[in-house]
Design a protein around this ligand. Structure first.
Ligand SMILES: C[C@@]1(CC(=O)O)C2=NC(=C\c3[nH]c(c(CCC(=O)O)c3CC(=O)O)Cc3[nH]c(c(CC(=O)O)c3CCC(=O)O)/C=C3\N/C(=C\2)[C@@H](CCC(=O)O)[C@]3(C)CC(=O)O)/[C@H]1CCC(=O)O
Ligand SMILES: NC(=O)c1ccc[n+]([C@@H]2O[C@H](COP(=O)([O-])OP(=O)(O)OC[C@H]3O[C@@H](n4cnc5c(N)ncnc54)[C@H](O)[C@@H]3O)[C@@H](O)[C@H]2O)c1
Length: 194
């Protein structure tokens, strides 16, 4: 069976600088995905025009800056991640080249081969977050699985997480004892006889 070799990580986008080039449908979707996950994300969007939906979406976010101009190399300065979301493949490839030269990680929305990272479909329940990827095979299946997991995971899990954090903070002392205790306490989650 084919395997997915992507390595998932969870970025703290309030501590990083994100550049999105393109403010049309896809630029709007990507900025929306970022803000849904991290309302304090530091995002700059550079585009020759902006979809009205993007303007209204970002209106209440002082951490998001929209700059109406054509992309230029200098836009990459100080950025950690870039999403190229223009409808111009040649321009997207040119942004990719500049990003690689500047060692900035890049996602080119229309070209999986030029992506250093993919955006995932995200299940969110309080402190819990699950990222889903189909290895680029079918984002729609990723979206559907998100809906399935969202329904399957009980909202009460949040209070379990809160309690576990209190216990975890209380279980000071020997590290191995702490790990053993936490694993005992949570074994009910994987036991088949309840
Ligand atoms: C998960 C999600 C996250 C997000 O974007 O936030 C996401 N795409 C979503 C939706 C979606 N995107 C597209 C459709 C239309 C149906 C279709 O075309 O299949 C739908 C479905 C819909 O909207 O219903 C079109 C599309 N997408 C890509 C291409 C290029 C290509 O494949 O060549 C094209 C064709 C463009 C064209 O033809 O013009 C590529 C990528 N899309 C990815 C992520 C990455 C792989 C994720 C994975 O590993 O599964 C990857 C590789 C790169 C990236 O974008 O990061 C988000 C679900 C959000 C949610 O959960 O609600
Ligand atoms: N990965 C995904 O999830 C996904 C989904 C659908 C489409 N796509 C692809 O993403 C691309 C973008 O599609 P769209 O519907 O958002 O296009 P669009 O026409 O709605 O928007 C294009 C944006 O690019 C900007 N732009 C164009 N030239 C520019 C320049 N020189 N400098 C700065 N900005 C510039 C425009 O101002 C506009 O904001 C397409 O190639 C499409 O195939 C990807």
């Amino acid at each position: 069976m084919e395997e997915n070799h992507l390595f998932p990580v969870f970025f703290k986008l309030d501590q990083l600088q994100v550049l999105v080039v393109g403010g049309g449908n896809v630029g709007t979707e990507k900025v929306n995905a970022i803000l849904q996950n991290c309302p304090a994300a530091r995002v700059t969007v550079v585009a020759t025009w902006f979809a009205p939906e993007l303007e209204s979406l970002t209106a209440g976010f002082p951490n998001v800056t929209l700059i109406q101009k054509a992309f230029s190399c200098g836009d990459l300065f100080g950025k950690d991640l870039v999403i190229a979301a223009t409808a111009d493949r040649e321009l997207n490839a040119c942004i990719w080249e500049k990003a690689k030269a500047s060692k900035v990680l890049i996602n080119v929305a229309d070209t999986p081969g030029l992506c250093d990272f993919y955006l995932g479909s995200i299940v969110q329940k309080g402190n819990l977050k699950i990222a889903i990827s189909t290895n680029g095979k079918s984002p729609t299946i990723a979206k559907r699985l998100k809906e399935v997991l969202n329904d399957a995971i009980p909202d009460t899990l949040e209070s379990v997480l809160q309690h576990l954090q209190i216990l975890r903070d209380r279980l000071k002392g020997d590290f191995n004892d702490k790990v053993k205790k936490l694993n005992e306490l949570t074994s009910v989650l994987v036991s088949r006889d309840h």
